[in-house]
Design a protein around this ligand. Structure first.
Ligand code: GLN
Ligand code: ZN
Length: 761
């Protein structure tokens, strides 16, 4: 069987692109040099795939920043303020990605959002009264020709028009319907040119098709593609879907005349069944996504072969084997990992290992049963999946298995706790606090680096951190905050720090994955059963509390966030993993309480991001275990201990009831970017949890004025009971400089005082 790759990472195995782009931004590299480096990376990536034996190799999946942003530029969806800067196309693109501040002008960055349920962020297109979509550049064609010139035949990959239009933000009263014909014409123009250039296959990525679709949505899809496909000439067009199945439109898309339909058999629960029920039209090729682009584990070849055989029995269509989605979401190669034991690495497959698996599956799929049974590679893979993995912990398993309702229920009720906490903590109306971290200065980072290298011994590092904590406490007391924090100086990352101190996690050296633009993350891997190896934060929090009479908030990362920002294991359920982590964090929370900490914040920054794409799956597939995992952390705390949580995005308008059911006493979240509608939702849903909607944006170095914060608080008080309102920034301060942090916090406290006075408190 032939093989196809949906997309390949672009940042470079050694993050070459990241470093080059950053040098370009610092004017240490010119555009020509940057373009040269990009071309050589593209060539390396195509060669790697060709060498692995992949038949349909993607091109056009390269980007200096983000392919959605590239698509905006290609279609001329460049808002006026960026156009007016009069920059070269590359710099206009970077201005949209990161903002621009120089003589030519001063513009903000376009907003960025998570790409479906991944941790990749795309730049949100803006379509407004000024927009007229047309083919303004030919990046996909250029890259196709570049590969062809190097002797490599590729399959150009495009973000499809439906996904582009559904993810765009509309202004000036416009809607997707206003741009559908323009978009279709632009894509048709491009498709015609690709066909004329000799492209055999052209791939249209349409992940938006796997969500809940209305009849109107399906009509839009059909009308877009009727126009686009009319221009296909001799090219074959592949409609590539991923991150789920297309149950709401499968029959419709099959009837549009595509030459190939790409389905995700890893995440698409009903994908196989849809093919069985609705035969593909004669001449259509089925692209079967069988190798995950999201996990880092070896493919279980036997199971996958059974899936392929089942599919082949269900359809007459020719089958091409493919990755289930782009490999963008996994690191490059396990070869770079020198620090992991062999019994771990043999279970891992990053992008390059997945190419080999795909090629191997292509070969095995064509063999008879006897041929397969005689295959050494298949036998080795069988062995990997039949042996028990080290790392099982019976004590943890049975702790999870014996959990009862009471373990998820905190008593007394939240209103009763609020009274007790008010008396015990003695907080004023509109209490002020921060989200946890204070600026990670060069000094803090350098001390950590020296400690990691062994240049600073444990005692020296501990003394350094205590010094930082002491001055952080002094600063907060002096500024007049009500609930203090220790500053999180000991943490590099809110998940890695906990993973480091929990049994069951392993860490890679170089397994970077692009998160946005030049930013990469290196998620830890959950390898075995998770438990708390030792007290994690207790020493730091207790030390901070010893320095002040004000309450110091203990800072923990919640189980759902630890799980979502790690590579989860697949031999046990996500529910089981979340509960194991929940128990470990519960142990830490109880330990904090035992050491005199009276306020504990359990961050769930990533809870919203893995909410399933289909509403029908929200509870059964996710919230039904995610919310209990959080509740498990807090249920053992005394009534007087105040439990806080924090979420970064306030995009939870649709799951407000579930957020309330976390049963935290207080929640803080981002609301500074004019997201005050969320407050209306809270009021309407009778949200019980006390709330601290962020009063200023910490992603910007601006110092908010007292008046601004007063105005924000007054707007909030129109919707929130003063007894339930907290005053805080919208996220942690770790990326901020010390210079802007102190005046910002002074203004925040001054604003709270002013508003309190107005309330007669
Ligand atoms: N407590 C963390 C901090 O302040 C929360 C970070 C986050 O929400 N991403 O840094
Ligand atoms: Zn946050």
């Amino acid at each position: 069987m032939q093989t196809s790759v949906v997309g390949y990472p672009r940042i470079g195995a050694r993050r070459e692109l990241k470093f080059a782009v950053q040098r370009y931004w610092r004017h240490e590299m010119d555009a020509a040099e940057l373009e040269g480096l990009a071309a050589s990376l593209r060539l390396t990536h195509w060669n790697t795939q060709q060498t692995a034996g992949i038949d349909l190799i993607p091109s056009g999946d390269f980007s200096f920043y983000d392919t959605m942003l590239d698509t905006s530029l290609m279609l001329d969806a460049v808002p006026r303020c960026y156009r007016e800067l009069g920059l070269a196309p590359l710099d206009t693109m970077f201005a949209m990605a990161r903002g621009y501040q120089a003589e030519a002008g001063d513009v903000h960055a376009r907003p960025m959002k998570k790409w479906f349920t991944t941790n990749y962020h795309y730049i949100v297109p803006r379509l407004d009264a000024d927009t007229s979509l047309h083919l303004a550049s030919t990046k996909p064609l250029d890259e196709y020709l570049e590969a062809a010139a190097a002797g490599i035949r590729t399959k150009p990959v495009l973000v499809g028009p439906y996904t582009f239009l559904t993810l765009a933000r509309y202004e000036d009263g416009r809607t997707a319907a206003d741009f559908a014909d323009q978009a279709a014409a632009a894509y048709a123009d491009l498709l015609g040119r690709l066909a004329a250039a000799g492209a055999e296959w052209v791939q249209f990525d349409e992940p938006s098709l796997v969500g809940d679709l209305t009849g109107e949505d399906v009509t839009l899809v059909s009308s877009l593609y009727r126009q686009v496909l009319s221009a296909k000439g001799d090219a074959k067009v592949l409609l590539q879907t991923y991150f789920g199945d297309t149950r709401d439109c499968f029959q419709d898309i099959c009837s549009l005349g595509f030459d190939g339909i790409g389905i995700d058999l890893v995440e698409g629960e009903q994908a196989c069944e849809l093919v069985r029920q609705h035969p593909l039209p004669e001449g259509t090729t089925l692209f079967a996504g069988v190798v995950s682009g999201r996990n880092i584990w070896r493919n279980h070849l036997r199971t996958t072969l059974a899936t392929i055989d089942g599919l082949a029995a269900a359809t007459n269509a020719p089958i091409v084997l493919s990755t289930a989605c782009s490999l963008l979401h996994v690191p490059y190669s396990v070869d770079a990992e020198k620090g992991l034991p062999a019994h771990v690495t043999e279970h891992l497959a990053f992008a390059d290992e997945k190419l080999d698996e795909l090629a191997l599956l292509g070969r095995l799929a064509d063999l008879t049963q006897q041929g397969r049974d005689a295959d050494a590679a298949l036998a080795a893979n069988d062995r990997l999946f039949s042996e028990a993995r080290p790392g099982a912990d019976e004590a943890v398993r049975s702790r999870v298995a014996t959990l009862v309702d009471a373990d998820f229920t905190r008593t007394p009720t939240r209103p009763e706790r609020a009274d007790i906490q008010r008396d015990e903590l003695g907080l004023p109306l509109l209490p002020t606090t921060t989200i946890g971290s204070f600026p990670q200065t060069a000094e803090v980072k350098s001390a950590r680096a020296r400690h990691n290298k062994g240049e600073l011994d444990d005692a020296g590092y501990e003394a350094f951190l205590k010094g930082q904590i002491a001055s952080c406490i002094r600063l907060q007391e002096e500024v007049g905050l009500d609930v203090l924090v220790h500053g999180e100086y000991e943490r590099n990352d809110m998940v890695e720090y906990f993973g480091d101190n929990l049994n069951g996690f392993v860490f890679t050296d170089a397994a970077w994955v692009q998160s946005y633009g030049t930013r990469c993350v290196k998620p830890p891997i959950i390898w075995g059963d998770v438990s708390r190896a030792r007290p994690i934060t207790v020493g730091w929090s207790a030390y901070a509390q010893s320095l002040t009479d004000k309450p110091v908030k203990g800072m923990l990362t919640g189980p759902v966030t630890i799980l979502n920002w790690s590579f989860p294991r697949e031999d046990v359920s996500r529910r089981e993993q979340a509960l194991q982590i929940g128990l470990a964090i519960r142990d830490e929370a109880l330990d904090l309480e035992a050491h005199g900490i009276r306020v504990i914040q359990v961050d769930e920054a990533a809870l919203r991001e893995k909410l399933p794409l289909r509403k029908a799956d929200w509870h059964k597939g996710y919230l039904d275990w995610a919310i209990p995992a959080f509740r498990l952390v807090g249920s053992g705390l005394a009534a007087g201990t105040q439990l806080h949580t924090h979420m970064c995005y306030s995009e939870f308008g649709d799951i407000i009831g579930d957020i309330d059911a976390m049963d935290a006493d207080v929640i803080s979240f981002e609301a500074s970017r004019s997201n005050l509608e969320i407050l209306d939702d809270l009021a309407r849903e009778h949200f019980q949890t006390q709330v601290g909607p962020g009063v200023y944006d910490i992603h910007s170095p601006r110092v908010p004025s007292t008046d601004e914060i007063v105005a924000a608080l007054e707007a909030m008080l129109k919707r929130i009971d003063p007894a339930k309102l907290w005053v805080n920034p919208d996220c942690g301060l770790k990326t901020r400089g010390a210079a802007e942090t102190e005046p910002s916090l002074r203004n925040l406290v001054a604003a709270a005082h002013e508003v309190r006075q107005g309330l007669g408190a």
